[in-house]
Design a protein around this ligand. Structure first.
Ligand SMILES: Nc1ncnc2c1ncn2[C@@H]1O[C@H](COP(=O)(O)OP(=O)(O)OP(=O)(O)O)[C@@H](O)[C@H]1O
Ligand SMILES: [Mg+2]
Length: 386
């Protein structure tokens, strides 16, 4: 019998067989940028599949001849480190190394750029920030690099993932203003801004007092169409000779809230529990058991999170696990013992900032469906009563 491996994957961005289409979203993203009509902001709560989608679309832009530069802001914690890593990324994306060395050399000479290769063989730029204070001008030089490299001869697509993070870098430089000031003059670079802290990203682009106001077309990535998710789950199980009926598939999607990461995590757990290639048919009970084992695996982590929350935050989180809502009127507050409106508001801000609660179309909900399952479970009730 051929050896079979788990057909599901979760954690990092997925491609190939582990990816299902999202054709409509991909098409919108692809054509807006390819047509050059505007820059794009693409936001969605955590784990909806933003990074995977954009990586898929990058393949299409690249096939059209665009030079694509994917840059993750999550790994950056200061403007200095941004400059070094971004200059390195442009350096790595540019095939004519001489040209970029000349540009970086002339614009940033006082930061003594050193051109090396890192341990993975990737071209890297090192900047020396010890000799003088870092200035707005340095940041502008770095941000303008793709435009200069393109030189009107070709077009870059720059994708900043988790873009909202620039608002969190400490320091005196008004990041958003400088970013916006530079990129609005770029004719040969198109930008895609991705983010999962939806409240932060939305405010950045929709608040008329902020520099990025109205500067890009805003796309919201929804959950995948339910039919696509259904097909994906059944086909992936079928590929390892496991049968799953429609009811069980629907149960998987219900318990994972049809969020791609959790769809894959739950399916993967089911796979681990039933024997691959056994021709076995998955029951509703198998799905429930797998959901319980996911909760069990994360139980300790959930408990640590809860210990760090205030009483008001814990009560609100439990309420939202039981009943997502867009309205915290008296009836809701009384039902869940949440107290004053101002207390709820304060707790809500904290839970959103910590990423445990998400907001989509004005409705607040617990982002991780298995955290919600834990909060709704009898075992949590028992602890809470103690
Ligand atoms: N199109 C897809 N097809 C199948 N699975 C997907 C798809 N998109 C995302 N996933 C699942 O979700 C997981 C997370 O995907 P990805 O990292 O792209 O999401 P994200 O929204 O960028 O997440 P984060 O908020 O953590 O940055 C993947 O590892 C995969 O299991
Ligand atoms: Mg991501």
């Amino acid at each position: 019998m051929k050896k079979m491996s788990n057909p599901f994957k979760f954690g990092s961005a997925v491609t190939g067989e582990q990816y299902y289409d999202r054709t409509l979203d991909g098409e919108k993203l692809y054509s807006t940028i390819a047509g050059g009509s505007s820059n794009i902001v693409l936001y969605a709560p955590r784990r909806y599949g933003k990074t995977s989608l954009v990586k898929k679309v990058i393949e299409k832009w690249a096939a059209d001849g665009f030079t694509c530069l994917y840059f993750d802001m999550m790994k950056i914690d200061s403007v200095e480190s941004f400059c070094e890593k971004y200059a390195s990324a442009v350096y790595a994306a540019e095939s004519a190394a001489e040209k970029i060395m000349r540009l970086i050399g002339s614009g940033l000479s006082s930061l003594r750029p050193k051109f090396t290769v890192d341990d993975n063989g990737k071209p890297t730029v090192e900047l020396d920030f010890t000799t003088r204070r870092f200035s707005v001008n340095d940041l502008e030089e770095v941000l303008d690099l793709p435009e200069k490299v393109a030189g009107g001869q070709r077009t870059f697509v720059v994708i900043f993932d988790e873009f909202q993070e620039i608002a969190t870098w400490a320091g005196k430089i008004p990041m958003e203003g400088v970013f916006r000031g530079c990129i609005q003059h770029h004719n040969s670079v198109r930008y895609v801004f991705l983010g999962s802290k939806t409240h932060m990203l939305q405010r950045m682009f929709s608040d008329h007092a902020r520099p990025f106001y109205n500067s890009a077309r805003i796309l919201q990535l929804d959950k995948p169409p339910i039919e696509e998710s259904r097909r994906f789950v059944s086909e992936r199980f079928a590929s390892v000779d496991i049968v799953i009926g429609k009811e069980a598939v629907d149960k998987v999607l219900e318990l994972s809230h049809n969020i791609p990461y959790y769809v894959q995590a739950l399916s993967s757990e089911i796979y681990e529990n039933v024997m691959a290639g056994s021709g076995k048919k998955i029951s509703l009970e198998d799905v429930d058991d797998a959901a319980d084992s996911l909760v069990d695996m994360k139980r300790e982590q959930y408990e640590i999170i809860l210990e760090d929350l205030s009483g008001a935050q814990r009560r609100l989180l439990s309420a939202l696990a039981a009943s997502p809502t867009d309205c915290f009127e008296e009836e809701y507050r009384r039902k869940f013992g949440l107290g004053q409106s101002s207390t709820v508001h304060g707790a809500l801000l904290k839970l959103v900032a910590k990423g445990y609660v998400e907001r989509l179309k004005a409705v607040y909900f617990v982002g991780d469906p298995f955290f919600a399952r834990y909060l709704n479970s009898a075992s949590y009730e028992v602890r809470r009563d103690k």
